[in-house]
Design a protein around this ligand. Structure first.
Ligand code: F6R
Length: 608
């Protein structure tokens, strides 16, 4: 969603804010805005468009000062216009506010404020906050912000500056992420850690209902009732360089290429040759044996990882699993009995629906375990146990390395639970671990040579429709391949279980329709997939096969193919997804789109 960055210190703020904005732009990029305080006035520049298109020389002379706020917007309330870009201010531009989230009672508040004579100049819910603060301001900005947020319902991460207090930033959070970066004689606020990493690796995560008051020298924290509170300072282990492109044209390509290392970092410390170690699960043997059911909740690509996790956990650990869209789970009345584990999967750890689903499950008494990439994010703080993926910062909007790292954690969890529950003998544990160890290098081999996939991307760069079909554990990979293509190249693609094709989608097949089959060689569905390929060929469709190395039988039945190394059935998805990620990436680039910032999307979906 929107990106927030703020700075107070002794350096010129504009370059710091611009750099921070470009780190955060993946969160939202339909418009931007910056405010600084200089010589007793708040200066604001804002516009529609991307951060990279800001005319920096033109705004440099207008935005002087050592304190400021900046915002990149992903529109919720109000169209994409200059007026609706943040910062929003009160009527005389004495208070400037940036906001990520949705003020749910903004219409009532706006009505009340208009009745008091406040004039509105935008369609945003954020402007309400600026007027509310002005309405309560009696010389103490923090008190005024506290008073305003006590009236607000909904989600917000707020940054506020005031002309009359030119050395302070007030920040507040409810349900939208906000971190405070603790520097030396300078302090920062940001929606996400990478935006401040260049300056400090010491951060404090604001919790719901908390407020921070920042001056160059210190940061103080307060609860909603105004009492000062102590907060823990976390040290981040990622460095700023990891959040840069490092010579790659796009983050998406860099992150696809980083899958080897992401998986290694995720698995290496967690296994010996004959054992998986997951102390962070915080469960006794008896509790593991008592698990009756796992419900996985997630959204988007993380939900696809959950579908594969279902195969893993049921087949190997013999635990019944259901996989739910977090957004649906939370609005049903799900049955959560004793012995039910709720497993949330999320790269960002901030997805509003997943967070809400986990809360709902917790309320019903479930043990909540999460698989998350971003340290200290909201979901991690509300889970009973966290299994981190150590994929490093994922900046490209389309999830790639986080997905494969999630699968690696699900696999580790499966082997761990299977062993404790007595359904996985030692030799099988060893074999499973051996298979996993081979995987990072197998992935790397596909990333090292992209000639074939680039050729295919050139051939299909103009395609408007595609079908992705897979069976068994590769069916979620069909969904994921189609999602990747849709989101970065804007071509319409549908993922389907291959056998379901006959029940509808087959009507779409003609000689213009590319059909991507995930047709890796295995004992279960391989023959059936061949029959499905024949059905498509019989209708003139173009068959693109994702095939196992050395499988010439299937190659003969495809028009085009991409080869993946051989692995065990259960690990095949981690390999099969890689050429599909690359295909989507290269098609997007060939079509002239920026795969890191697909239109209408945002990296962390922190609104419902
Ligand atoms: C697609 C993608 C999204 C996310 C989804 C959940 O490439 O990235 O579908 O997977 O928004 O996000 P997280 O995993 O952060 O909860």
């Amino acid at each position: 969603m929107c990106g927030i960055i703020g700075y107070v210190g002794s350096r010129e703020t504009l370059p710091i804010l611009l750099k921070g904005l470009s780190c955060l732009e993946y969160r939202g990029y339909d418009s931007w805005g910056i405010a600084t305080i200089h010589k007793g006035a708040i200066a604001i520049e804002k516009d529609i468009g991307k951060v990279k298109d800001i005319d920096v020389p033109a705004i440099s002379s207008l935005l002087k000062g050592t304190i400021g706020l900046a915002h990149s917007r992903w529109a919720t309330h109000g169209k994409v216009t200059r007026e609706n870009a943040h910062p929003q201010t009160d009527a005389d531009a004495g208070i400037a506010v940036i906001h990520n989230g949705i003020i749910e009672n903004y219409a009532e508040l706006k009505n009340e404020l208009e009745n008091k004579g406040y004039l509105f100049s935008s369609e945003t819910d954020t402007e309400v906050v600026a007027h509310l603060i002005r309405d309560s301001y009696k010389g103490n900005l923090r008190e005024a912000v506290l008073c305003a947020i006590r009236q607000i319902e909904g989600s917000y991460a707020l940054g506020v500056i005031c002309r009359d207090v030119p050395d302070r930033i007030i920040a507040a959070r409810n349900e939208s992420p906000l971190v405070v970066g603790i520097g030396n004689g300078e302090q920062f606020i940001a929606s996400d850690v990478p935006a401040v990493l260049e300056h400090t690796n010491r951060v404090v995560y604001l919790e719901n209902g908390e407020v921070a008051e920042l001056s160059a020298e210190r940061v103080s924290f307060f609860s909603l009732d105004g009492k000062e509170i102590e907060k823990e300072v976390h040290t981040i282990t990622w460095n700023a360089e990891q959040a840069q492109k490092q010579g790659y044209p796009h983050f998406m390509l860099k992150e696809i290429a980083e899958q080897q290392i992401a998986i290694e970092q995720t698995i290496n410390e967690r296994m010996t040759d004959d054992e998986v170690l997951l102390p962070e699960l915080l469960m006794s043997e008896a509790e593991v044996k008592d698990i009756k059911r796992v419900i996985i909740v997630a959204c988007g690509t993380s939900w696809h990882a959950g579908l594969i996790g279902e195969f893993m956990l049921e087949e190997i650990a013999k635990i019944p699993v259901e996989v739910e869209y977090a957004s649906e789970f939370r609005y049903r009345d799900p049955i959560v009995e004793k012995g039910t584990i709720i497993l949330g999967i999320s790269q960002s750890g901030e997805t509003a629906d997943t967070l809400a689903a986990l809360r709902e499950a917790k309320r019903k008494g479930a043990r909540v375990i999460s698989i998350v990439n971003v340290q200290g994010s909201s979901i991690t703080r509300e889970s009973d146990a966290v299994l981190y993926t150590h994929a490093g910062p994922e900046i490209g909007v389309a999830s790639t390395k986080a997905f494969s790292s999630q699968l690696a954690v699900l696999y580790l969890l499966t082997v761990f639970l299977g062993k404790i529950r007595g359904v996985l003998p030692l030799q099988q544990v060893k074999n499973r671990i051996r298979d996993l160890r081979l995987l990072p290098l197998q992935i790397q081999s596909m990333v090292d040579d992209t000639t074939e996939v680039e050729r295919l991307a050139a051939r299909f760069s103009a395609t408007q429709h595609a079908l992705y079909l897979g069976r068994g554990i590769n069916y979620p990979i069909a969904l994921e391949g189609a999602l990747k293509l849709k989101e970065v190249s804007y071509a319409h693609a549908e993922g389907y279980p291959a056998a379901e094709m006959k029940h509808g989608p087959i009507a779409l097949i003609d000689k213009k329709m590319p059909v991507v089959f995930i047709a890796t060689k295995d004992d279960r569905t391989y023959k059936k997939i061949i029959s499905n390929i024949e059905e498509v060929r019989a209708r003139g469709g173009i068959v693109i096969g994702i095939v196992s190395k050395g499988d010439n039988e299937i190659v003969a039945k495809t028009d085009y193919h991409l080869i993946v190394p051989k692995s065990s059935y259960i690990l095949t998805p981690l390999l099969a997804v890689v050429p599909l990620q690359l295909l989507a990436y290269f098609i997007a680039v060939k079509r002239g789109f920026d795969p890191d910032k697909p239109k209408n999307l945002a990296k962390s979906v922190t609104v419902e």
